[in-house]
Ligand binder design. Structure first.
Ligand code: FES
Length: 187
């Protein structure tokens, strides 16, 4: 249940395949108590009280998200990135020895069973809070093909794990669930 504004364009991927790389959507936030949910446009989220904001969720329709594409949305006033990983991105993440990582997590640790190709992370660098690049069309993804924070040069890999630079930990994976094969509720 999301309002979708598709701004995807066609770009030339590194492997020469033309594909749409990025979809930006205006998510619809929901705030609910006792299972009763009220749909609130994103604009209204900005004026939520702190209590309501803390309980708010973001519902995303990812039915149009193809491998290699990302969605940038808002969850509790902060950016959140959802990427449909390609098989090459999954293989790259799984080829890493987790014990060598600064913040030791496998891709499986950071995704939900049965949906290992869908990576949901907060778009907030764990160093000092800048918004990393890599989710939007044409943005650089850093040396490890995931996300890159331009503020002080943190590089995250395809599982959004910190690999180089000052950030101490991986991009945070928020609480989320799949309510259908193509719908995610974050929060
Ligand atoms: S805030 Fe991202 S590297 Fe410093």
């Amino acid at each position: 249940m999301a309002t979708t504004t598709d701004t995807a364009d066609t770009v030339v991927a590194e492997d020469g395949v033309r594909r749409r790389d990025f979809i930006e959507i205006a998510a619809v936030a929901t705030a609910g108590v006792g299972g009763i949910f009220t749909l609130i446009p994103l604009i209204s989220q900005m004026s939520m009280s702190k209590d309501v904001l803390a309980d708010s969720t973001t519902e995303l329709d990812i039915s149009a998200l193809e491998p290699g594409q990302s969605i940038k949305a808002i969850f509790r006033k902060q950016p959140v990135f959802v990427r449909n990983l390609t098989q090459a991105e999954i293989d790259a993440a799984n080829a890493v020895d987790v014990d060598d990582l600064r913040d030791a997590e496998s891709l499986a640790d950071r995704t939900l069973e049965g949906h290992e190709n869908i990576l949901v992370v907060m778009g907030v660098c764990t160093h000092l809070g800048c918004v990393p690049l890599g989710a939007a069309q044409g943005e650089i993804k850093g040396e490890f093909g995931g996300y890159f924070c331009p503020c002080h040069g943190s590089h995250y890999d395809t599982a959004a794990r910190i690999r180089k630079g000052p950030a101490p930990t991986n991009l945070e994976v928020p609480e989320y669930t799949f309510t259908s094969d193509t719908t995610i509720v974050i929060g």
